[in-house]
Design a protein around this ligand. Structure first.
Ligand code: GLP
Length: 262
């Protein structure tokens, strides 16, 4: 795992966008796994800027979102399909036919989960997966005690996640109770993972995920099993880590380590 501590959220967004642009230059049709929530918004904006400046070619990317709420009506502004269309597909100039989000309004949600896994497999799997992290350590919507081997499925949201996400809804009660999320096993199948976190509210979850034991109580800790993970943090999100000096030393030595399993 590479842990990179950057001065502020803007630097996290910029570093992430440059990494994605670099991977897209090497493989213009790569499969990019996209996350919603606030954490990657700066990255998407920076990527749109790189594209506008002719420094990133993104139009042939194929994208799969991590998750979606169950039961929100078509066009609801908090629906991840809407957020992805507005924050990712349009600004990055992607072909909407290449952007996939789990179908949270399917009549048969279980079928929709299986179909999503099949679509991922048919696309050849995710090349680079973007992740945020919940204050309770969730990735996607894999709440604590999710199976570390889980696949795409319907999941009940925890009270903490519903509180954290209430800012996107008219009231706490308006937050859906269920979602579809790629499983932890699905996420681990990605070739490369880029997790980003900003702000003090993420500091405990980040420390548990990176330096704690692998446990389903902190679902993001499963990333310790993945050989190619980069974690981009601002100073606040990194504030509860203990090996900070080591991470800074490794980041300075980075050119020596390119291509290694981390
Ligand atoms: C949300 C999403 C996750 C996201 C996480 C953190 O509920 N389902 O994909 O990474 O929780 O959200 P935020 O980036 O808004 O803090």
């Amino acid at each position: 795992m590479d842990v990179v501590i950057l001065p502020d959220p803007a630097a996290v967004g910029s570093r992430a966008a440059h990494l994605i642009a670099q991977r897209a230059a090497a493989d213009p049709e790569m499969v990019l796994g996209i996350a919603t929530g606030s954490s990657p918004l700066g990255t998407y904006r920076e990527l749109a800027l790189l594209r506008a400046q002719g420094k990133a070619t993104l139009d042939r990317l194929r994208c799969f979102a991590l998750d979606e709420y169950v039961g929100l009506p078509d066009g609801h502004p908090a629906r991840y399909a809407v957020v992805v269309a507005d924050e990712v597909t349009a600004p990055l100039g992607l072909d909407p036919a290449n952007v996939h989000v789990p179908d949270g309004s399917a009549a048969d949600v279980h079928r929709a989960c299986l179909d999503y896994e099949q679509a991922l497999t048919a696309a050849g799997g995710v090349d680079l997966q973007i992740l945020g992290i919940g204050t309770n350590g969730h990735i996607g919507f894999n709440e604590p005690i999710s199976s570390l081997a889980s696949r795409t499925r319907i999941k009940a949201l925890s009270a903490q996640t519903r509180r954290d996400n209430a800012r996107f809804f008219s009231s706490d009660d308006a937050v859906p109770t269920h979602c579809i999320t790629q499983g932890l096993g699905t996420i681990l199948d990605a070739q490369e993972i880029l997790l980003m976190a900003q702000g003090p509210s993420k500091a405990d979850a980040v420390a548990a995920a990176i330096e704690g034991p692998v446990t389903s109580m902190c679902p993001a800790s499963v990333l310790q099993f993945h050989p190619r993970v980069t974690v981009l943090l601002d100073e606040d999100a990194a504030s509860r880590l203990t090996l900070t000096d080591y991470y800074r030393f490794v980041a300075d030595a980075e050119p020596l380590l390119v291509g290694e399993n981390r």
